[in-house]
Design a protein around this ligand. Structure first.
Ligand code: CA
Length: 225
C-alpha cells in the first residue's frame, strides 16, 4: 500500500469510528420506543377522579389509608403533581384502595367508598382528612375505627354520618371495595403506594423527576398524535 493510501485508510477508519460513536450517543438519548413500554391501563369506571375528565394523562395511585408511605407520598409528591399538572388540566388523578393492612384497611376503604357514593365532590376532602389523621408515631397501632371515621368526617359538609356508620359497620360498600381489590390484584400491586401513569407502573413512586419525565413524554406523544 502506498503511503498516501495508507493515510487515507487511517482517516476513513477514524471517521467511521467517530460516526459510530455519534450514532451510539444519539440512539441512547432517544426516548423509548412505544413497543418497549409495558402498558397496563387501569379501568377507572366508578373511581374518584381529581382534575379534568378529558386530561390526556391519567395518574393512578394504588394506596392504603393505613400505610405510612402513602401518607408521605400524599404530603410530599402529590402536591407537586397537583401544582404542575392537575391544575393545568394535563393530568387527572385517581385513587384505588389497597387492603394490605387487614381490617383497618378495609374500614378505611369502606368509609372512603361510602363518602364517594354520597357525594363525589367531597371525596378528596375526606381522603386527605383520613390520611391527616394517621398517627406519625405508632401507625401500626389500631387507629382506623368507626369512631375515628366519624370524627374525621365531622368537619366535612354533605357527609351523612348515619349513612357512613351503616356503610362501614354493615359493609354496605363492599361491592366497590371488591372492585378495587380486583384491580390491585389484576395489576399485581405488591407495595403501596404504587403509581401508574397512562398504564405505566413507576419503579419508585417517590422519584418525582422520573414521574415528570413519563408525564412529559406522554403529553408529547399526545400532542404529536
Ligand atoms: Ca374505589
Amino acid at each position: 500500500m502506498k503511503k498516501s493510501n495508507m493515510k487515507f485508510a487511517v482517516i476513513l477508519t477514524v471517521v467511521a469510528v467517530a460516526l459510530l460513536a455519534i450514532i451510539t450517543v444519539i440512539s441512547s438519548n432517544q426516548t423509548l420506543e412505544e413497543s418497549e413500554i409495558v402498558r397496563e391501563e387501569v379501568d377507572l369506571t366508578g373511581q374518584p377522579i381529581l382534575g379534568q375528565d378529558n386530561a390526556p394523562v391519567t395518574v393512578v395511585e394504588f394506596g392504603d389509608f393505613k400505610c405510612p408511605s402513602c401518607k408521605a407520598w400524599g404530603e410530599n409528591v402529590y402536591p407537586q403533581l397537583v401544582e404542575d399538572y392537575i391544575l393545568s388540566g394535563d393530568v387527572k388523578f385517581s385513587y384505588v384502595n389497597v387492603l394490605f393492612h387487614g381490617e383497618e384497611s378495609v374500614i378505611g376503604a369502606m368509609a372512603a367508598e361510602s363518602v364517594y357514593k354520597q357525594d363525589p365532590s367531597v371525596y378528596w376532602d375526606f381522603h386527605k382528612a383520613l390520611f391527616d389523621a394517621q398517627p406519625t408515631e405508632n401507625h401500626d397501632g389500631l387507629w382506623i375505627t368507626t369512631e375515628k371515621i366519624l370524627e374525621v368526617s365531622k368537619g366535612i359538609a354533605y357527609i351523612n354520618q348515619e349513612q357512613l356508620k351503616q356503610d362501614v359497620e354493615q359493609e354496605l360498600t363492599a361491592e366497590q371495595v371488591n372492585i378495587d381489590k380486583d384491580l390491585f390484584t389484576k395489576h399485581n400491586v405488591s407495595q403501596t403506594p404504587t403509581i401508574n401513569i397512562n398504564g405505566i407502573t413507576m419503579e419508585d413512586p417517590f422519584d418525582y423527576e422520573a414521574i415528570k419525565e413519563v408525564i412529559d413524554r406522554e403529553l408529547g406523544a399526545d400532542k404529536n398524535e
